[in-house]
Write a protein that binds this ligand. Structure first.
Ligand SMILES: Cc1cc2nc3c(=O)[nH]c(=O)nc-3n(C[C@H](O)[C@H](O)[C@H](O)COP(=O)(O)OP(=O)(O)OC[C@H]3O[C@@H](n4cnc5c(N)ncnc54)[C@H](O)[C@@H]3O)c2cc1C
Ligand SMILES: NC(=O)c1ccc[n+]([C@@H]2O[C@H](COP(=O)([O-])OP(=O)(O)OC[C@H]3O[C@@H](n4cnc5c(N)ncnc54)[C@H](O)[C@@H]3O)[C@@H](O)[C@H]2O)c1
Length: 454
């Protein structure tokens, strides 16, 4: 067995692990990077990149086979950035094998033993397949197999109305597939209900059948695939399971590393360090919180500060955006209205501006969508945006909230006319206009100044 000593051993070459490995090695640390599957992890190979390409290809009018070929094009284009070759050129030792703990500061991967001063668990997550009666008797798809599919599904049944289920429902409908989404609870239940309603109404209007509150009872291979639910049976040609995720921790022998876990991930403190083995960090999907590529990257930055410079750094969530790429897109940063009301009570101001009042929306015939702005003590604490490209439109709020800016920073900015982005400034302006236009004090002051000005 080979033995290597290193400063940092990163397990998992996905969004989080690659951020840590490239940052740490370029700042002078010795880095070993271990990957059991494909370089780039879920986001590149089975997640964000294929799903967003498929959504775009559907809207662009490609057929299913062309769209899946386009998915491969997008992956191949991005892959060199995440490749073993690139990371070796940067100076990392890359091992392609499954990693596990031997003891608190030793990792085994294949025939290599790695003694590490710091260990980063960035192993991501996998589809959680619920223990549904008969599930193993049908050839179901998950995000790991869907993008290898070539023939157009005649009728795709999707179990789960979360972001994966809803995005894939829009995408498949655009190829003319019949689509049924089954959710045991409510679809997009984590989102602002007014915002989710616009997206889900549009999904229904496009012809997708959405069964909410439908408990899945059994699955069988009858006439293709038949799903028995508490609201009746559904028969289709293909089944996609998108019912949530489980962290990839089972192969790590965590107990040998003195690294306890919870149901959702490694048990970490606010600095993403294991609660009992301070040499070990967990980031991204394996850390048990929100699951986004940009969050995994942000986690990477947080722990680099702590690992390389010994600067205490906490991972925060209040400024992390998320987007569901439906039609329209639904973007959220910080607190939803319900969360903000719970936290700030009557000290909260909520501003809502409908997109139809925006001139660019009028020129483009956009009648649906809105921005909802949650303000506490003159600062934004949450924004909900439903609009075409809401994921791009929310960017100024990500800047404002990451830097704890006041709302006046947004109202002072000048946005180009006519753009949808002006809705951001308009919402901020609406917060100040009653203070300016309905104030007796302002009116008196203006009256006095006007009397004395030459
Ligand atoms: C269909 C889908 C669409 C998505 N769309 C978006 C989106 O649009 N925007 C967004 O922000 N997020 C999206 N996500 C979420 C995003 O993909 C994840 O949050 C992100 O990939 C997490 O990064 P990570 O580094 O934690 O894990 P990953 O990227 O999954 O990387 C983990 C890596 O660790 C490896 N590994 C696991 N165990 C071991 C081991 N024992 N030894 C060695 N290697 C190991 C795995 O093979 C994997 O390559 C989507 C997810 C899915 C499934
Ligand atoms: N655009 C994005 O950023 C994006 C896109 C896709 C995924 N993701 C990430 O991946 C994560 C996982 O997505 P997801 O959609 O799989 O999970 P999710 O947990 O967000 O949603 C799963 C849905 O499945 C339902 N469900 C669970 N078990 C069920 C059952 N037995 N029968 C019927 N319904 C059932 C739940 O009620 C829930 O609505 C997301 O939370 C997100 O962090 C992000």
């Amino acid at each position: 067995m080979n033995t290597i000593k290193t400063d940092v051993c990163v397990i998992g070459a996905g969004s989080g692990g690659l951020t840590v490995a490239s940052g740490a090695v370029q700042m002078g640390a010795k880095v070993v990077l271990i990957e059991a599957g494909k370089m780039g992890g879920d986001c590149l190979n089975y997640g964000c990149v294929p799903s967003k390409t498929l959504i775009h290809a559907g809207r662009a009018g490609m057929n299913y086979a062309e769209a899946m070929a386009d998915v491969q094009r997008a992956i191949t284009t991005i892959a060199p950035h995440d490749s073993q070759e690139r990371f070796e050129k940067l100076g990392c030792t890359v091992i392609r094998d499954t990693a596990r703990f031997e003891d608190e500061d030793t990792i085994i991967a294949g025939d290599t033993r790695i003694g590490a001063r710091r260990i980063v668990i960035a192993t991501g997550s996998s589809p959680m397949v619920p223990p549904i009666d008969g599930i193993d008797s049908v050839p179901y798809l998950t995000n790991e197999t869907l993008f290898a599919q070539r023939e157009t599904p005649e009728h795709l049944i999707i179990i789960g109305g979360g972001p994966i289920g809803i995005e894939m429902a829009f995408a498949h409908r655009s190829f003319g597939c019949e689509v049924t989404v089954i959710d045991g609870d409510q679809a997009l239940s984590k989102e602002d209900p007014d915002a989710a309603k616009i997206v889900l109404d549009r999904l229904r209007a496009e012809g997708v059948t959405l069964m909410e509150g439908a408990k899945v009872e059994a699955v069988s291979a009858e006439n293709g695939v038949t799903v028995q639910t508490s609201k009746g049976p559904v028969t289709g040609s293909h089944l996609l399971v998108a019912a949530g995720r489980k962290p990839n921790l089972d192969k790590l022998d965590l107990d040998k590393g003195n690294v306890p876990r919870t149901k959702t991930g490694v048990d970490v403190d606010g600095s993403l360090r294991s609660v009992s083995n301070k040499k070990v960090y967990a980031i991204g999907d394996a850390a048990g919180g929100m699951q986004f590529t940009h969050l995994a990257g942000y986690h990477g930055g947080v722990i680099i500060r702590s690992m390389l410079f010994g600067i205490p750094a906490k991972a925060k969530t209040a400024h992390i955006p998320r987007v569901t790429y439906g039609s329209p897109e639904l973007a959220q940063i910080g607190l939803t209205e319900a969360e903000a009301r719970k936290e700030h009570g009557d000290k909260l101001t909520v501003i809502r501006e409908d997109l139809k009042s925006n001139d660019r929306a009028v020129t483009a015939g956009i009648t649906e969508g809105f921005i909802k702005l949650m303000v506490h003590k003159g600062r934004p604490v949450g924004v909900t945006l439903v609009a075409p490209n809401a994921g791009d439109l929310i960017a100024p709020w990500a800047l404002a909230m990451a830097n704890n800016m006041k709302l006046s920073a947004m109202s002072n900015a000048v946005f180009p006319y006519p753009t949808l982005a002006e809705i951001n400034k308009r919402a901020a302006g609406s917060y100040f206009s009653p203070k300016l236009f309905d104030s007796a004090l302002v009116k008196t002051a203006v009256g006095l100044v006007q009397r004395w000005l030459p």
